[in-house]
Design a protein around this ligand. Structure first.
Ligand code: PRP
Ligand code: HPA
Length: 176
């Protein structure tokens, strides 16, 4: 939990039965619409990462971009998008991961990182952890070093953060 974790949690909306019956969807749009809350969110990441000597922030398509870009600006490091399949124009490397039904794929430009670059990987939410873990593995394969994975919301009952930790990565969540 971060310095503003309880406050951030209080401005996230739960939408019942969306996108399907039985799912409680955690909606960050009220947090983003609230300028004071959005600032506190970015500040909580700045507070954690300002002394970590990062080279780049990598963030996951699409909601990860919303937090990754302002943090990269604030810390003065580069920003690298990890995108869904078919969106990046140059030479890519990719990682496939399992969904409940079927597969998905994330991609990275092959020249995104220098060997041993210190990278923070960000996304808005960890559910099963499949997306974050695939992106972390992709970065490691490209030669970068994943210093930590960071998210706004962890859904601990789904075990995603534990799965990412079991694979050897550190996980930071602003709230659960
Ligand atoms: C959501 C969320 C994470 C991922 C988490 O993305 O933003 O990226 O799912 O789920 P997981 O931990 O089970 O992998 P979504 O695919 O809905 O994309 P979006 O950001 O483009 O809305
Ligand atoms: N909110 C936002 N994105 C998600 C969720 C959720 O509850 N579950 C899986 N992806």
């Amino acid at each position: 939990m971060s310095i503003y974790g309880d406050y951030i949690k209080s401005v996230i909306r739960t939408v019942p039965d969306w996108p399907e019956q039985g799912v409680n969807f955690r909606d960050i749009t009220p947090l983003l619409q609230n300028s004071a809350a959005f600032r506190k969110l970015i500040d909580s990441f700045v507070h954690r990462y300002q002394e970590m000597n990062l080279d780049a922030i990598a963030a996951i398509d699409a909601r990860g971009f919303i937090i990754g870009a302002p943090l990269a600006y604030e810390l003065g490091c580069s920003f690298v998008p990890v995108r869904k399949k078919g969106k990046l124009p140059f030479k890519t490397i990719s990682e496939t991961y399992k969904l409940e039904y079927g597969h998905s794929e994330v991609e990275l430009h092959a020249d995104a990182f220098q060997q041993d670059d210190r990278i923070l990987l960000m996304d808005d939410l960890i559910a099963t952890g499949g997306t974050m873990l695939a992106a972390a593995n992709l970065i490691q394969r490209s030669g970068g070093q994943v210093v930590e994975t960071a998210t706004i919301i962890d859904l601990p009952e789904l075990g995603g953060a534990q799965k990412i930790r079991d694979a050897g990565y550190s996980v930071f969540a602003v709230c659960s």
